[in-house]
Design a protein around this ligand. Structure first.
Ligand code: PLP
Length: 379
């Protein structure tokens, strides 16, 4: 069987029907000529919101990577999540993690407040809680594991089983791990979403998303809504993301090696009180590696955390992840600021928590930068 690494490099290579270009050309045209004003006469492409060759090449590569029947490429990770919500009837019951990405929490809470869905945010790490809340009236169960930013784990297979028994759809946000480290569809999920802004593109120069579906029927419904609402991504972003995908395996391996080294360093450091990294228990069963995201707390609370982030070299203070460059952030005031304060508190997010997305720089340089900034909070 061809390995995912090879598929990522080869997908769409030498596809060009016009000139045999090895790298797929970029089709920016918003519209396409019809030979006649008769739908039977038109070619595969007619209007850019509906479909586009670059988006299709990326969708095929991502569907194959995840082992899905098809994929829909969207204009952002949030558009991918909203696309899934479009499948639901009005007033649908949605069960989501209480500690998901702040933007996801904000969207679900706002749709709930509008009366469009009924959303319960629960601790999905506790299967008894999930069992009690997912009932035959439930329409969608959303999972995000490891959770952002505390790396809490959810048993994907068990939660998707509960969703299926209740007749609900299931979707896993796999942005943190990518299909190279966790395979939601094989674990039983109906759909996997990712913010392609992160590891898949990997160079912090595209905002995009994808929903991969297990079946053709679900892919068709997603594509219908993406076209109807206009959630599809731009051709240029798809072109860039396919280019980024070529090196996904190399980047994920290098960033994960750096994360492991940083976690070992932080766990042994006297100024560090807690380190959150998914490298034990359930993670070893449902993931093929821990990934490159971690968070930690330092002795001295919020002030000490602020000092570490202010003084650190190399790690940029910015609210994203999954790029080649290392980033550091304070989730409570940055990535998760869109959540209501009570929801943040319920999820265990306070200003003493620091999140890191490790890049692919040399390990020694990253360790040196951390060592120096942690020394700054010690007399
Ligand atoms: N899901 C997760 C886990 C994220 O971290 C993010 C963004 O940080 C998103 C979804 C949303 O993605 P985007 O910013 O591409 O809309």
């Amino acid at each position: 069987m061809t390995s995912p690494t090879t598929k990522l490099v080869q997908s769409g290579i030498a596809w060009d029907p016009a000139y045999g270009a090895v790298v797929p050309p970029l089709y920016l045209s918003s519209t396409y000529v019809w030979p006649e004003a008769d739908v039977a006469s038109k070619g595969p492409y007619d209007y850019g919101r509906t479909n586009n060759p670059n988006r299709d090449l990326l969708a095929n590569a991502l569907a194959e990577l995840d082992g899905g029947a098809g994929a829909v490429v969207t204009s952002s990770g949030m558009a991918a999540i909203d696309l899934v919500l479009n499948l639901l009837p009005s007033g649908a019951h949605v069960v989501a993690p209480h500690d998901c990405y702040g933007g996801t929490h904000r969207l679900l809470a706002a749709r709930h407040d509008q009366g469009k869905i009924r959303c319960d945010f629960v601790d999905q790490g506790d299967l008894d809680i999930v069992r009690a809340i997912v009932t035959p009236g439930t329409d969608l169960v959303m999972v995000e594991t490891p959770s952002n930013p505390l790396m809490r784990l959810t048993d994907v297979a068990a939660v998707c089983d509960l969703a299926r028994e209740a007749g609900a759809l299931s979707v896993v946000d796999n942005t943190f791990l990518t299909p190279l480290r966790q395979r939601p569809l094989e674990l039983g999920s109906d759909m996997a979403v990712q913010s392609t802004t992160k590891y898949l593109n990997g160079h912090s120069d595209v905002v995009g998303g994808v929903v991969v579906a297990k079946t053709d029927a679900l892919t068709e419904r997603l594509a219908w809504w993406a076209n109807a609402v206009g959630l599809t991504g731009s051709p240029f972003d798809a072109y860039q993301t396919l280019r980024g995908l070529r090196t996904l395996a190399l980047r994920v391996n290098a960033a994960e090696d750096n994360a492991k080294a940083i976690v070992a360093f932080l766990r042994a450091h006297e100024a560090v009180t807690d380190v959150y990294y998914p490298d034990a228990g359930l993670a070893t069963q449902q993931q093929s590696g821990p990934g490159a995201m971690l968070s930690f707390r330092v002795d001295g609370g919020a002030d000490a955390a602020a000092s570490v982030m202010k003084r650190i070299a190399l790690f940029r203070l910015a609210a994203s992840l999954g790029g080649v460059e290392s980033l550091i952030c304070q989730p409570a005031t940055m990535t998760h600021r869109g959540m209501a304060p009570e929801a943040r508190a319920a999820a265990g997010l306070d200003e003493s928590l620091i999140r890191i997305s490790t890049g692919i720089e040399a390990e020694d340089d990253l360790l040196d930068a951390l060592e120096k900034s942690l020394a700054s909070i010690r007399p």
